[in-house]
Design a protein around this ligand. Structure first.
Ligand code: FES
Length: 64
């Protein structure tokens, strides 16, 4: 899924109910650089794991 084309309210992690905007803000605020840290600090992507690829994209997009 291309995260670039998704809106702020797009639910990236369905298990933990986290939107694109929430996650982008968190990544920038806490200066999160790795998926491992995002999973731990954001309590996201750590249940079914289906959103991990999308989370990786957000980690890139947040710093563009
Ligand atoms: S959708 Fe993110 S852990 Fe399941």
């Amino acid at each position: 899924m291309d995260m670039r084309t998704k809106g702020d309210d797009f639910m990236v992690c369905l298990c933990k109910k986290k939107t694109k905007k929430e996650l982008m803000d968190l990544i920038r605020e806490k200066e999160i650089k790795t998926l491992e840290d995002l999973r731990e600090i954001g309590d996201v992507g750590n249940k079914c794991g289906a959103c991990c690829e999308d989370l990786e994209q957000l980690l890139t997009l947040a710093y563009e």
